[in-house]
Design a protein around this ligand. Sequence first.
Ligand SMILES: [Fe+2]
Ligand SMILES: [Fe+2]
Length: 285
Amino acid sequence: MTDRRLLFHLSDIHFGLEDDRALDWVKQEIAERRPDAVAITGDLTMRARKHEFAAAERWIHALDVPVTVEPGNHDLPGYHLPVRYLDPLARFEAFREVVEKRIELSGLALVPLNTNVPAQPRLNWSKGWVSRKALAACLQAIDELPAGTKVLVTVHHPLRETGTTGTALTHNGKKALDELARRNVLGVLSGHVHDPFDIMEQTAHGPVRMIGAGTLSQRLRSTPPSFNELSWDGTRLEVRARNLEHVRTPDMQIADVPEDAMPPREEGEPVAPVGNVPPTDPPVR
Ligand SMILES: [Fe+2]
Ligand SMILES: [Fe+2]
């Protein structure tokens, strides 16, 4: 009999444009409910600025529960190509210990899969890209778990690959889903879209559940600020999209991953947002 597990899945806090009221509420919920783990699936910051990371660090370090953080496209130094290549997570230095952290709770594990690369051979660098190295590391981590362990994979970009290469959301997303479908994966937890969802993606090896968390920032897409509360009883994984507006989970969740998984641009925001840098270097795969 597996112990009941409670997990909080947060995403897209975008410190710099965070929603303070929502964050205070989530912090209080974490203190009171004490989830077994908190997964934050990327876009911690708005522009990867130092003061935004400092705010993120203060907030995360105040949580007295295990935390794992995935980097998002907003968290990479946008215009510093050498830094993007040599140390893309440099700005996370104050809390590296939680970045891409694997969390093992008996019978259930959270395993990270990085969907960011330093450069892409397409104009929109805000989209996801699963490198061979990142996928191999994730699959190895899963395969090393004790037999029978159920897995939740944490990513920033949903592993949806649609249309042509130019419009694909996450390059190699299909390949990654195919591999995950062959393993004991309960679901893939993602962010980036800023609206929650809970859908089954079909692959050649069976379905994979894709669970997206909304945003805790002011960059709203079509739903109020929210986070996902996941409860696992050993048989069933229940997902609730918690929000301060008391909108029911089915009304919060969008039906599918949109192809333009980007929130509307803020007034005054540059046309090329962080993560969108014209490629000047050879493709990185
Ligand atoms: Fe975001
Ligand atoms: Fe993002």
